[in-house]
Each structure stands twice: as structure tokens, then as C-alpha cells.
Design a protein around this ligand. Sequence first.
Ligand code: PAF
Length: 286
Amino acid sequence: MQDNIKKLSAPTIIQTVIDLRTSVKQARLKNKTIALVPTMGALHDGHMELVRTGLKHANHVIVSIFVNPTQFGAGEDLSSYPRTWDADLEKLTATGAHTIFFPSVDEMYPDGFETTISVSGVSEPLEGAQRPSHFDGVATVVSKLLLQSLPDIALFGEKDWQQLQVIKRMTADLNIPVKITGVPIVRDKNGLALSSRNAYLNEEQYKIACHLNKTLLAMAEKLKEKETIDGVQQWGVAQLKQAGFDAIDYLEICDAATLGKPGIGPLRILAAVKCGKARLIDNIGV
Ligand code: PAF
């Protein structure tokens, strides 16, 4: 009963770094362990899974909501990115998050801001090649969020597999004392990975979008049956073209950790496609 009452009370909303630090300090004084779930809002069940996982590992969960301008390229959807504050607040209240950090752009990037965190290697292929400077923006904002809240654990969705590897590399390289945890992709009943950008799909495009995961699953099966990597890759591209996607930004079979050429470690198949206004990414382990 007590637990239910707690879950229904709305999270504390914090907008400044100084208030966030005070709140974390107070939680620490109560011996709380802290989880951070960085988001850009427009929350769906994939985000809620991050919060639920955070609640299993820590007893104070902070969710940041910040549409980070530095990770959007020119011509990308920064201004139209869905902003759904009321619904986000309702979901976070129902899931039991304790704090929402909702800073302004000026709070995160005050006048005179001049620092960029850039991770080489793992951030260069795939998304990095398609969206130059995207991962600089992600690494910079995530390192700021981690240093602002100093959590024990931070949770990221595996849908952004390359982002997760970039963040793991960055926190290891910079000795940021936090455990970075990936949370498996949440999919809808047709296998489409949940994403805030799915809101851009109309009914026809949604049907096309559902072919993405089906193709990746079939490719993984073919690899398990020892078909060649090149053959499977070409087959996958043909399938996606036939499904009717407007563009295939990439479909690659890579080493899961380095995202380089397949080596001796586990493989991951990663794809980015365009379908109308939506750019969709997905990936699967082999
Ligand atoms: O995955 C996202 O939503 C964003 O890239 C993140 C990690 C919140 C950084 O802005």
C-alpha cells in the first residue's frame, strides 16, 4: 500500500544543475543509490523499461528530458522533434521515477560554452558516417549529465546500439565512475522497435517499417546457417529495397563491440532506413 502511494506521487521536477546537485546530495545522505535515465522526452514503453530497470538497480531514479540541439545535424528534425511533456509526466509518475531533470538549452549550454567530447573509432562508421558530429553532441551531453548527477548507474536503450558503445568507451576513457547498462529493445506486436520517431509514420509507412526487424531476424538466421557475410548483407539490402523503404542509409554486419569489420567476437547487424519523414534504426545480435 505504502509502495503504491509512493508510485503515484509525481516526480520532483528540477530545472537547474545546482538544484539537481542538492537533490542528489540529499538522496545520498539517505543512503540512496542513484540511477540516471537520459532521454529526449516523447517517452514510450522503451523509455519506461529503462526506468523500470533503473528501479531494480537503484532506489532513486532520475530521468533527464532534454532535446539536445548539438546532436542534431543541419536539416534534421530538431524543431519538429515531438515534445509531449504532459504525457511524459504522466508516464513517469505511473512508473515511479523520483526526479525529472528538465533543463533549458541555456542551462546546459550557457554563453561561452566551448567544449566538445569526441570519441574516435567506435563513433566513426554507420551513424557517425551518416550524421557527422552526431556522436560528438551525444558524448558531450551525456558526459555533462553524468557529471551533473554523478549516478551509480546510467541506462540506455540497445536500440541505439552504436550510441551505447560510444558511451561505454567514453566513460571508460574518462574514468567517469558510473556503470553503463544497456537495456534490450522494446518492440510493438509487429516487431517494430519503439521509437519517438515512429510517430511520423502513416499507416502505409508503418507496414513498410515492420519489414525492418523481419529482415534483420532473417539475416541472423542465415548467418547462423553459415551463409557468407557478404551474401547475407546483399540479400538483406535487396529485401529492404523490395519492402519499399525510401532509402537505406546502411545495413551492416559488424563486430558487436567495435562496430568494425567482423572479427572473432560476437556479431551485430545494424540498419538505418528512411520511410517518409521517419528515419528508423534497428539492430540485432547474432
Ligand atoms: O538516446 C537518446 O535519447 C539521446 O541520444 C540521449 C542519450 C538522451 C542524449 O541526448
